[in-house]
Design a protein around this ligand. Structure first.
Ligand code: GDP
Ligand code: MG
Length: 684
C-alpha cells in the first residue's frame, strides 16, 4: 500500500531535517473545519509534532487543484503524510476542510484541502476560494496539481479560481509582499498523467503564458497597478507519469521530486530561503489564524462563481469593443462643442452612439451570467454618460450664449423707431429666447440620466433680466428726454407772452401754464411707464427727475427772456410806451410848455417798478407757488446739488441795481432827446 511505501521512503531518506519527533508525529489536524472555523488546537499540535521550538527551521507547503486529481496521494508520497485518499472502490467521502500534517522525518508542515467533488457547486466555491487563498497566502510553496489534459483549459484547470485568488491575494497581502518581509512564493506546477507526447517544455510554455495572461487581466489595486507576476511568484514545473499505467516510472519520478523538497544541497532544492515567511515556528498557529480571519472577512471573495468569472472576462472585452467605437463617435463632436458651436441634433447623435454601443454590448454579452452582464452594462452606461456629459454641458453653455445674443438683437430691433410697446417687445423676445433654449436643451438631454438644464436656464434668465433692465433704464432715459423736449417746446410761448406783458398776475399766469404743461408731461410718463414694468421706486425717481427738469426748462426760458439786453429792451419798451406816447397811444410832439420833467419821472418810476416784479418768481396767489425738494435726486442725469429756493430768484439785488442803473442811462437819453426836440422846434 501507499502508506508502507512512504514509510520506507522516509526511512531511506535520513536528512538534515531529522528531528526528535516521536512515533505518531504524523498525526493529522483539521485546521479549518466544515463550518469554516479555525482550530484552537494548532499551537498544541505543532508542539506535539516537536516543531514548536525550531525557530525558522521549518517549511510550509500546500496544494491546489481540482477534486480527485491525486493531490492527497501525491502529498502522502512526497512527505510521508497521512491525508485521506479517495478510495475508488468505496467512493468514500473525505471530510471537508483544510488539513495539516507534519512531514515524516522532516520539519515541514503540509496542508491538504478537501472539498466535495462538485455535487454542491454553489456552496463549494466559497470554500474553494477561501481555502485556496489561505494556502497561497500562508505557504512557501503552492503545488498546483493538474492533469496533463487540463493544460490550456481555462475552466478545467481552475485557472479562473486562480485569477480570483491572485486578485484578492494582491489586494490583501500584496503590499506586504513587496516590502520584503514575507518574500516570494513558489508555484510548483505538477502535471499528472503526463503521457510524454507533449514535452514538458511545451506544457510549461503554455502554463507560463496562461499565468501571465491571468496576471495581466487582474484588477489590481491602483498603487500596485504595475506589479509584475515575477515580483511575487516564481514558477516551477514538473511532470509525473500515469500512476497506474506507468506505476514504476511514477514512483521513481515522485521519488526524484521528493528529493528536491528534502535535499538542501541539491541545485533543484525547492524550499529556497526567499520563500520563507519568517515566522518563528511557535508563532505559526497565531499567524495562520490571522490569515484565515482576513480571508474569511474579505468581501471580494464572496463574489464570483466560475460562471461569473468567465462572464466578467467576456463582458469586459465586449464592453471595451463597444466602447472604443462609441469613443470614436463621441470624439467627432468634441471640437465643435469646445469651439462654442451649438451642434445641430447633438442629442440625437448622442442617443444613437449610446444605443448602438448598448445593442452591440447586449447582442454579445447578454448570453453570459445575468448579474455580471447587468453590472457591466451599468458600468458601460456610466462610462459613456461620463463621456457625453461634457458635450451636453458644453452644448448648454453654447446654447445659452447664442440665445442671449439673439435676445439682445431682437430687443435692439424691437426698440427701433416709434410706436412700440416696450413691455411687449421684452416679453416676446424673452419668450422666444427661453423657448429656443428649452427646445435645444431638451433635444440634448438623454433620458435615464440625471442631467438637467434648469440651472443653465436660470442663469440665462438672470442675464436676460440684466439686459432687459438695462434696456428699460435706457428707455426711461430716452422717454424722459423726449418729454423734456416737449415741455421746453410747450412752455416757451406762454413764458415769452407773459413776460412781455408785465403785470401783477404775470407769475400767476406763467405758473399756471407751467402747471398745465407739467401735468401733461407727468400723465405722458405714467401712461408710457406702465408698459415698462418699472418699480415704484423707479417711478418715483423718474417723476422727481421729470419735475426738476421741467422746472429747469422753465427757468432756462425765464433766464433767456430776462437776459440783460432782453430785459433792458422790455424796460425801454415799457418806458417808451409811457413817455413817447400819450394815453391814446398817439406819439407825442413835445412843445416847450409841456411838462417833460413830470412825464419823464412818471414813466421812469412806473418802469422801475417792474424790476422787483421780475426779480423773483412770486405769484399773487401763493397756492400757485411751485415747490421742489432740494436734495439731489436726479439719479438719471447725475446732476449736482440742487437748491430750489435760489431758483426762485431771477435777479439778485446787485443785479437789480445794475439793471436799474443801465435803464436810467437809457431813459436819460430819451429825456435829452425829448428836450432837444423842443429846442429845435423853437429854433425853426
Ligand atoms: P485528491 O482528491 O486530489 O486528493 O485525489 P486523491 O489523492 O484522493 O486521489 C483520487 C483518486 O485518483 C484515487 O483513486 C487515486 O488512486 C487516484 N490517483 C492518485 N494519483 C493518481 C495519478 O497520478 N493518476 C491517476 N490516473 N490516478 C491517480
Ligand atoms: Mg484529497
Amino acid at each position: 500500500s501507499s502508506t508502507t511505501y512512504t514509510h520506507e521512503l522516509g526511512a531511506a531518506l535520513t536528512n538534515g531535517h531529522a528531528s526528535p519527533a516521536v512515533e505518531g508525529s504524523t498525526e493529522r489536524i483539521q485546521i479549518v473545519d466544515e463550518e469554516k472555523k479555525f482550530t484552537p488546537e494548532l499551537g498544541a499540535q505543532i508542539e506535539k509534532w516537536g516543531l514548536r521550538d525550531v525557530g525558522f527551521d521549518y517549511n510550509i507547503v500546500s496544494v491546489f487543484g481540482s477534486q480527485s486529481t491525486g493531490k492527497s496521494t501525491l502529498l502522502n508520497r512526497l512527505f510521508g503524510t497521512t491525508f485521506d485518499v479517495m478510495d475508488e472502490t468505496k467512493r468514500q467521502q473525505t471530510t471537508k476542510g483544510i488539513w495539516m500534517c507534519r512531514g515524516k522525518g522532516m520539519n515541514v508542515m503540509v496542508m491538504d484541502v478537501e472539498g466535495t467533488d462538485g455535487r454542491e457547486r454553489g456552496e463549494d466555491q466559497d470554500f474553494e476560494r477561501k481555502s485556496a487563498l489561505f494556502s497561497l497566502a500562508s505557504s512557501e510553496i503552492l503545488i498546483v496539481n493538474l492533469w496533463e489534459h487540463q493544460v490550456g483549459l481555462y475552466q478545467g484547470a481552475n485557472m479562473g479560481l486562480l485569477k480570483t485568488v491572485f486578485e484578492v491575494n494582491l489586494g490583501l497581502f500584496g503590499k506586504k509582499s513587496t516590502d520584503g518581509t514575507s518574500g516570494r512564493t513558489l508555484l510548483l506546477f505538477v502535471i499528472r498523467d503526463h503521457i510524454g507526447q507533449t514535452p514538458l517544455e511545451n506544457l510549461q510554455a503554455t502554463l507560463t503564458a496562461d499565468m501571465n495572461r491571468i496576471w495581466d487581466s487582474l484588477s489590481k489595486p491602483s498603487e500596485l497597478k504595475d506589479a509584475q507576476l515575477s515580483q511575487y511568484f516564481d514558477l516551477a514545473f514538473t511532470a509525473l507519469p500515469h500512476k497506474i499505467l506507468a506505476a514504476e516510472k511514477f514512483e521513481s519520478e515522485v521519488f526524484k521530486l521528493r528529493t528536491r523538497f528534502v535535499d538542501k544541497s541539491s541545485p533543484d532544492y525547492l524550499f529556497k530561503p526567499v520563500y520563507h515567511k519568517r515566522i518563528p515556528a511557535d508563532g505559526v498557529s497565531f499567524y495562520m489564524e490571522g490569515i484565515w480571519e482576513q480571508v474569511q472577512t474579505n468581501k471580494d471573495l464572496d463574489l464570483p462563481t466560475q460562471q461569473e468569472l468567465l462572464a466578467q472576462f467576456r463582458c469586459d472585452e465586449i464592453s471595451a469593443v463597444a466602447l472604443s467605437e462609441f469613443n470614436e463617435q463621441a470624439k467627432s463632436q468634441k471640437r465643435p462643442v469646445e469651439a462654442g458651436r451649438v451642434v445641430e441634433g447633438l442629442g440625437a447623435m448622442m442617443r444613437n452612439w449610446r444605443s448602438d454601443a448598448l445593442s452591440r454590448y447586449d447582442r454579445d454579452a447578454s448570453r453570459y451570467h445575468k448579474g455580471v452582464y447587468r453590472r457591466k452594462r451599468a458600468d458601460l452606461v456610466a462610462t459613456m454618460d461620463a463621456t457625453l456629459s461634457p458635450l451636453f454641458l458644453g452644448q448648454l453653455k453654447n446654447l445659452h450664449k447664442s440665445c442671449l445674443v439673439t435676445f439682445k438683437k431682437e430687443m435692439m430691433d424691437g426698440l427701433r423707431g416709434e410706436g412700440y410697446n416696450f413691455a411687449d417687445v421684452v416679453s416676446k423676445a424673452r419668450e422666444r429666447c427661453e423657448n429656443t433654449f428649452i427646445a435645444g436643451a431638451k433635444e440634448a438631454t438623454i433620458e435615464d440620466t440625471d442631467w438637467n438644464w434648469e440651472e443653465e436656464l436660470h442663469l440665462l434668465e438672470d442675464e436676460i433680466n440684466v439686459v432687459a433692465d438695462q434696456c428699460r433704464k435706457d428707455e426711461t432715459k430716452k422717454m424722459l428726454n423726449q418729454i423734456e423736449r416737449n415741455i421746453k417746446r410747450q412752455i416757451s410761448e406762454p413764458v415769452e407772452l407773459h413776460l412781455n406783458r408785465p403785470s401783477k398776475g404775470m407769475w400767476d399766469e406763467i405758473l399756471l401754464a407751467f402747471r398745465d404743461v407739467l401735468g401733461k408731461a407727468e400723465a405722458a410718463y405714467s401712461s408710457k411707464a406702465q408698459s415698462f414694468n418699472c418699480t415704484d421706486e423707479e417711478n418715483k425717481i423718474a417723476l422727481a427727475t421729470l419735475r426738476r427738469r421741467a422746472w429747469l426748462a422753465l427757468r432756462a426760458k425765464i433766464d433767456e427772456q430776462t437776459a440783460d439786453q432782453a430785459f433792458l429792451s422790455k424796460l425801454r419798451n415799457h418806458f417808451e410806451e409811457r413817455f413817447r406816447y400819450d394815453d391814446n397811444g398817439v406819439p407825442r410832439v413835445w412843445k416847450p410848455e409841456d411838462d417833460i420833467d413830470g412825464a419823464f419821472k412818471s414813466a421812469k418810476d412806473k418802469t422801475l417798478e417792474l424790476v422787483p416784479l421780475y426779480s423773483r418768481i412770486s405769484p399773487e396767489d401763493s397756492s400757485l407757488q411751485f415747490e421742489l425738494p432740494s436734495e439731489p435726486s436726479d439719479s438719471l442725469s447725475g446732476a449736482e446739488e440742487f437748491d430750489f429756493a435760489s431758483t426762485l430768484v431771477v435777479f439778485s439785488e446787485t443785479k437789480a441795481l445794475d439793471l436799474t442803473n443801465k435803464f436810467r442811462k437809457d431813459a436819460d437819453a430819451y429825456y435829452v432827446e425829448a428836450k432837444r426836440s423842443t429846442v429845435s422846434s423853437v429854433a425853426q
